[in-house]
Design a protein around this ligand. Structure first.
Ligand code: COA
Length: 259
């Protein structure tokens, strides 16, 4: 598939997806959401790809939110549909992807941008990043999972503060609150993400996918995360990757999970 709003580059088992609307600070319009959805599905189904890095083009913005122009005249039903489709096609998809996703937050991560970063498994931010959910300043609320994932990541009290105030956190504050895993200079952002990706690539893709399912199980209603862990743990024993990992340890060599 060819894309107009994103750029997809595959190399060394890493798929780099860049949202490419710099003149609109990479705001998420419908077409961009559709392209992102397709690109994530395609990367997940490509056995050569072990990590996805998601970033925004330019030096100013990761994603400055959902495209405000597109929903400015929406009705109640259209608003509900926008949110539901977004959850289903992109934000839940990313969160539950079996391939790890690192968000390289290279600037503004606002509204849907922060929601996309929060759906990603890991967030590394550049020191110029500004993160927030400014929706209430527009008369709406975060509609792509932000009310749920922000509280999960930083706790309910701080989440309420950020949402009520429509404010922006700087990168260091986001680090302090656990909203991002690490903060680096912008010039080092991609190299830092790639270094982390290469560590991940040394490990069993099957076990990593199982770990994603287990961690996420804790946030699903009516699902016992411990029971999911027991099931997933057991299943690992039936995989070639488990044989390779344990044999490599016993033979005092590095495992090769990417034959
Ligand atoms: N939707 C649509 N367009 C957006 C956008 C968004 N969420 N965020 C930025 N843009 C567009 C601007 O309209 C402008 O386009 P134009 O040049 O055609 O007028 C362009 O991106 C540059 O933005 P601008 O506001 O001029 O940059 P700035 O440096 O002065 O301010 C921000 C940067 C991020 C503070 C500001 O753009 C902003 O507040 N954006 C909206 C953030 C938001 O509320 N997101 C949540 C949406 S639910």
């Amino acid at each position: 598939m060819s894309y107009t709003n994103i750029v997809v580059e595959n190399s060394n088992h890493i798929c780099k997806i860049t949202i490419n609307r710099p003149d609109k600070l990479n705001a998420l319009n419908k077409a961009t959401i559709e392209e992102l959805s397709a690109a994530f599905k395609s990367a997940e189904s490509d056995s050569e790809i072990g990590v996805i890095i998601l970033t925004g083009s330019g030096e100013k913005s990761f994603v400055a939110g959902a495209d405000i122009k597109e929903f400015a005249d929406f009705s109640i039903d259209q608003g509900k549909e926008l949110s539901a489709k977004g959850h289903d096609s992109l934000f839940n998809l990313v969160e539950n992807l079996s391939t790890p996703v690192i968000a390289a937050v290279n600037g503004f991560a606002l509204g849907g941008g922060l929601e996309l970063a929060m759906s990603s498994h890991i967030r590394i931010a550049s020191s110029n990043a500004r993160l927030g959910l400014p929706e209430v300043s527009l008369g709406v609320i975060p509609g792509y999972g932000g009310t749920q994932r922000l509280a999960q990541l930083i706790g309910r009290g701080k989440a309420f503060e950020l949402i009520f105030s429509a404010g922006m956190m700087d990168a260091e504050t986001a680090l302090k609150w656990g909203l991002v895993n690490e903060v680096v200079e912008q010039a080092d952002l991609m190299a830092t993400c790639e270094k982390l990706a290469s560590k991940i690539l040394n490990n069993s893709p099957n076990a990593i996918a199982a770990a994603i399912r287990c961690v996420n199980a804790n946030y699903q209603n009516g699902v016992d995360g411990y029971a999911v862990e027991i099931e997933e743990f057991g299943k690992c024993f039936g995989t070639e990757e488990f044989n390779e990992g344990t044999q490599a340890f016993l033979e005092k060599r590095k495992p090769n999970f990417r034959k």
